[in-house]
Design a protein around this ligand. Structure first.
Ligand code: DAT
Ligand code: MG
Length: 165
């Protein structure tokens, strides 16, 4: 089945200069990248992204981690598209706990658990089509993706935005 999935290279991945390594590993899937951006993650965005984990004891540190509180304040967000995109990407990412992850997976090779107990696992990938839709819509506007992955509508109005001077 043709699917799309959200990938985040988390702040530890960017700070450790692993971006190229991670993208190279993901290219083994032969999937297509249809969107990418570097994001300075706000508290709102981080909390919305991990909304289903809000009652977990590790939630505050997880939000701090995604916002770059332990590293640099940036995340690389991408959308991958193609046959079985969700499962293919999840397999290369490896298990959530980097110490249990297959050592040749991205998380197994590059992740760690800090002495404070934070899972610095380098990468996020959506787990199912419903999550992928929710997450892609959270991180990207329709114009930032090279195809209309979901229904869109055009709205008219006066919007404030920055332009080059
Ligand atoms: P995944 O990222 O594999 O989809 P998840 O959605 O269950 O896993 O959790 C989201 C993130 O939360 C995960 O990447 C790292 C963190 N996390 C999960 N379980 C944890 C735990 N027991 N202790 C610390 N961090 C945890
Ligand atoms: Mg998850």
């Amino acid at each position: 089945m043709v699917e799309q999935t959200l990938v985040l290279i988390k702040p530890d991945g960017l700070s450790k200069s692993l971006t190229g390594n991670v993208l190279t590993r993901l290219s083994e899937t032969k999937l297509e990248i249809v969107a990418s951006r570097i994001v300075e993650v706000s508290k709102e965005l981080a909390e919305q992204h991990y909304a289903m984990l809000k009652d977990k004891p590790f939630f505050p540190d997880l939000i701090k981690y995604l916002m770059g509180g332990f590293h640099k304040k940036k995340v690389m967000a991408l959308v991958y598209y193609g046959d079985d995109a969700i499962a293919k990407i999840r397999k290369i990412c490896g298990a959530t706990n980097p110490e249990e992850a297959d050592p040749v997976s991205i998380r197994g090779a590059y992740g760690r658990i800090t002495t404070k107990g934070v899972y610095e696992n380098v990468i996020h990938a959506s787990t199912n089509p419903e999550e992928a839709e929710r997450e892609i819509k959270l991180w990207f506007a329709p114009d930032e993706i090279i195809m209309d992955l979901y229904p869109v509508k055009t709205v008219k109005g006066t919007f404030e935005k920055k332009i080059w001077v």
